[in-house]
Ligand binder design. Structure first.
Ligand code: CP3
Length: 346
């Protein structure tokens, strides 16, 4: 049995709406915090396949989600390309040397970094209950490039956006490199057992329309075309966060099978503008899970109804916040499971 989530990504509407939550394997879970305290920092956990698999499965065991997202990070790719990577407490990730003043050619790649990630996927796939879909992922080239160029996170992706105008050839070379790397990396995840993959473009929203075409749509389209050639049966979900009205062009031009919709987008608009029958994923505001007010239920139902006439994977509009109470997650799941009165069968 392929599973409800996979069927939905393949364009079918099943007996109920499948759900998973971005960052569902993470710090809002006490069992994750306990393992992290025992084993050390985030990066060490991501490269420890046994631990990473255990973390990937934690939210499945607790909540019975329909999909398990690999516990890892979008910055594994720059690490394998040869930048030094560190997560500093309170400061976020640091990549060195930053490519704003260093050359890609000066880095020494280490593709063996991917091996532990593939092993995590293999372990998880073996241990997952039947019908639960194993999801792989990577960051999209633009989002990954913003960290590789600046060497850290920034409020408005200033360094990479400036480089796009100042030295377009250099930025294009960086993007091309990430495209090639991401194709092989996702292909490796699929080979290890990932049944669908998601491309996270967390900073797609910071670009002007022409740059959106060049830096978001074009590189993602290259990745999708090659993945479809190598793995025609594996759906790709594209998630260009913050893209607003440009989501429609993204959905039509990249070739992705399904699109993620963030919480700033009106689902009624998204249903009207996106290609008929295209599966969508989203778009509950993760911050509404913090308060757990009556709006939690009414908003979830509003989203379910807005997408009732197309394949829909219920999800958040961005990652779950680490302060989220477990009981609010349980309430959200109950609303989704009860929608259309089916109750689910799991
Ligand atoms: O749904 C998923 O789990 C998808 C995978 C994913 C993660 N991070 C997993 C993760 C994705 C797409 C990201 C994105 C990411 N990671 C960004 C881009 C911006 C964004 O928020 O989308 C950045 C800058 C990072 C780097 C990163 N990873 C930081 C700053 C941290 C927190 C630092 C720490 O020490 O914990 C991480 C950790 C991380 N990435 C976790 C997960 C599940 C674990 C901990 C958590 O719940 O925060």
């Amino acid at each position: 049995m392929p599973g409800l989530l996979l069927d939905t990504l393949n364009g079918k509407r099943g007996s109920r709406v499948p759900l998973w939550l971005m960052r569902q394997a993470g710090r809002y879970l006490p069992e994750y915090r306990a393992l992290r305290a025992e084993k050390g920092g985030f990066l060490a956990l991501a490269y420890d396949s046994e631990a990473a698999c255990e973390i990937t499965l934690q939210p499945i065991e607790r909540f019975g989600f329909d999909g398990a997202i690999l516990f890892s990070d979008i910055l594994i790719v720059p690490h394998a390309i040869g930048q030094h990577l560190e997560f500093l407490a309170g400061e976020g990730p640091k990549l060195s040397p930053p490519l704003v003043d260093a050359a890609l050619e000066g880095l020494t790649p280490d593709p063996s970094r991917y091996d532990a990630i593939y092993e995590t996927v293999r372990l998880c796939r073996r241990r997952l209950p039947e019908g639960v879909t194993m999801l792989g992922f990577a960051g999209s080239p633009w989002t990954v490039a913003t960290y590789m160029v600046a060497g850290e996170g920034s409020r408005d992706q200033h360094e990479a956006r400036a480089l796009a105008y100042r030295d377009p050839a250099k930025l294009d070379a960086i993007l091309d490199r990430i495209v090639a790397e991401t194709i092989d990396y996702l292909s490796g995840q699929i080979g290890a057992g990932a049944e669908a993959v998601q491309l996270f473009d967390s900073w797609a929203g910071s670009l002007a329309p022409d740059e959106f075409e060049r830096l978001v749509i074009a590189p993602n389209a290259k990745i999708v075309a090659e993945l479809r050639r190598r793995h025609p049966a594996t759906p790709v979900i594209g998630f260009p966060k913050g893209s607003g009205e440009k989501l429609s062009a993204y959905a039509r031009e990249t070739g992705v099978q399904a699109v993620g919709v963030d919480e700033t987008i009106d689902p009624v608009w998204a249903h009207r503008e996106l290609p008929q029958g295209m599966p969508v994923q989203g778009n509950f505001d993760p911050l509404l899970l913090l308060s757990g007010s009556e709006r939690l239920e009414s908003r979830a139902r509003f989203i379910l109804e807005a997408f009732a006439d197309r394949p829909h994977v219920f999800n958040l509009g961005h990652g779950i916040d680490r302060r989220t109470p477990i009981e609010h997650v349980e309430r959200l799941i109950a609303v989704v499971r009860d929608f259309e009165g089916d109750g689910g069968g799991r």
